[in-house]
Design a protein around this ligand. Sequence first.
Ligand code: ZN
Length: 305
Amino acid sequence: MAYYWSPYVSVAQRRAKALRKMEKLRKQGKNIQPVEIEGRTIASSFWGKAWCEHLESFSDFENRLPRGRTYARNGSVCHLTVETGQIKAIVSGSKFYNVTIKIKPLKASIWKAIKSRCSGQIGSMLELLQGRLSDYVMSIVTDRTEGLLPLPGQIELRCDCPDWAEMCKHVAAVLYGVGNRLDSRPELLFTLRNVDANELIAGDISLPDFVAGAGKTIADDRITDIFGVDIDVDVEDAKEPLSKSPEKEERATRRVGTVRKQKKPSSARKHRVTTAKKKTKTSKIASRKKSSVRRAAIRSDAETS
Ligand SMILES: [Zn+2]
């Protein structure tokens, strides 16, 4: 193994240098997306934690990953993007290094199995992305070998620093950076594995595409923007008024219903009204049918007894 001497540069100096470099790249039109971690926790969401814990569970990684934690925490990952099949990042060390991590798409057979096992178990995109899943579903999507997370053999690591062959700290920092990114953008895991998360959602929850992005809700606007799926909030049915407290917002958002709480362009509103009318009509017909069936049953009971 080769050793390279580099002059000591304090974290603050490195940080300042990194900020200057990123500013320069921004001016050149690059959409710089730094990994900014507050405190010591790298990932705190369901998907972010699942990503980190999954990678740490493999002996190929467990010894080498920890060296990236400090780098990830101190803001050395100046830029990180997650695309289909690959993660790209710029990490500041004694120099700036370019990291590329290629990840194979999820095998079609595994995706098919996940979909069939989760069928009807996940009510909404919000539940899926926030990881509000039953233990059963959780165990399926995070299964070590048959879940959504990649296996070491499906991950190809590359860094242009001198010691990248041994999973350098830059690569390790980027892998943790992905965990942090999944906290705010969990949908990127599905993008990375080249699968459509919509296919995991119970069919009757999704709305037509044209409604997507038409209105904003409190907690799900990010999801709406990205997935083109609306998670509806049944606020009118809620007994309590929508409060600004995060806990209550959360509860309100959890009520997946059919009525949106904010104004939408008229076409979408019209659609909603017609849908609602149709639903009332359908349910009336259904209940009429039910009672006529019941009457027939009573009649036939009376005839036979
Ligand atoms: Zn490196």
